[in-house]
Write a protein of this length. Structure first.
Length: 354
């Protein structure tokens, strides 16, 4: 019998000197996921300690479990998970703008222990104030995908946040029904004012991306040029590829993007020829949302981006994309890893610890 991770009763302070969570002691398949206990971390001056109330999964979770950025051992287990929402219970000496009792949400740092735990330490500069109108589990579905989409389109590609400046511009989003894609559709359409073409291939995913705001849907299982020609679509100004980018698909993107277009991507497949865009002078723009916290560069920007999301959610401009919320347990997390690895998930998988 697998039981949920036990919670500490107090939400005001943490008296235990250990943290319980779900993680790994080695790399491998879902069977290496296990319940682990690690020492309570000594808070850095910029850290806050959060009692976790909600978490969510992302493809990076199963990639780390399988070996990426994973040096876990029996003596030094690694707690997985990046998206989290909860309540601040302790403050480092240099923390600004937060107090004990604040409700927060964030995506964490890939090289630190993760959020699949009862408590979690995180640099306050990459943390936002939780939206007030949604639950902790729903809020936990937002941070990693929203930061990824916002950094990619606004910070990296340089799309204006003034919709008037984007009139007549079109963005293609590949894998529109996924966690990043479904948030990127909302950002592009409802905030930036772009025309949005999204890819989807199943009836349920086509319906979902339309619900998120896509103007046009094309099938990514068919040649993109044929899809564009059949629907009489003009070549696009921007592309956001939200899945592993391989040589075949990069060639298709080059074909349907205008000369000098910007093509953002979040994960290159091994061996991808990133020079394929040269003939049309297109720019490939990488997005790795952990770059700021991992390298300590402009970390405050992620807090700003999350506060933008919170405001938009509370105003009703955008919505969370937690398609399924379950009680947090080892078995549920294992099943979530399997679902994400299948490539057939819609939106985000979220879990409640409340």
């Amino acid at each position: 019998k697998i039981t949920p991770i036990k919670q500490y009763k107090s939400n005001k302070s943490m008296n235990s000197q250990s943290i319980k969570g779900i993680g790994v002691t080695k790399s491998g398949d879902v069977d290496v996921l296990t319940e682990v206990t690690v020492p309570k971390p000594q808070l850095a001056p910029e850290d806050i300690l959060v009692q976790i109330k909600g978490v969510a999964l992302n493809p990076v979770d199963y990639k780390v479990r399988a070996g990426m950025l994973n040096n876990a051992t029996e003596e030094n287990p690694k707690i997985l998970g990046y998206d989290g929402s909860g309540v601040v219970v302790e403050l480092g000496s240099n923390v600004k703008g937060f107090k004990v009792g604040d409700e927060v949400f964030y995506a964490g740092n890939a090289v630190r222990n993760g959020t699949l735990a009862d408590y979690h330490a995180v640099d306050y500069r990459i943390v936002g104030k939780k939206p007030t109108k949604i639950s902790h589990a729903e809020a936990a579905s937002v941070p990693l995908v929203w930061i990824t989409a916002y950094e990619a389109l606004v910070d990296n590609v340089g799309i204006s946040t003034d919709p008037k400046k984007n009139e007549g511009k079109t963005l293609l989003i590949v894998a529109g029904a996924g966690g990043v894609g479904s948030v990127a559709i909302q950002l592009a359409k409802k905030v930036l004012g772009l025309k949005v073409i999204a890819t989807a291939s199943r009836p349920e995913t086509i319906e979902f991306v339309k619900k998120m705001g896509a103007d046009v849907v094309v099938n990514h299982r068919n040649p993109l040029r044929k899809e564009f020609d059949d629907q009489k679509l003009a070549d696009v100004d921007y592309v956001f590829h939200t899945w592993d980018l391989d040589n075949d698909y990069l060639g298709q993107l080059v074909n349907i993007a205008k000369p000098f277009a910007k093509i953002a991507y979040i994960s290159p497949a091994p061996g991808t020829d990133l020079g394929a865009t040269f003939i049309k002078a297109q720019q490939l723009v990488p997005e790795f949302m952990f770059a700021r916290p991992m390298h300590g560069v402009d970390q405050e920007r992620q807090g700003e981006i999350l506060n933008i999301a919170a405001k938009l959610i509370d105003e009703g401009t955008i919505v969370h994309t937690a398609a399924k919320i379950e009680k947090f347990s080892l078995n549920a997390i294992k099943e979530g890893h399997k679902t994400l690895a299948s490539g057939k998930s819609i939106g985000k998988l979220a879990y409640t610890l409340e």
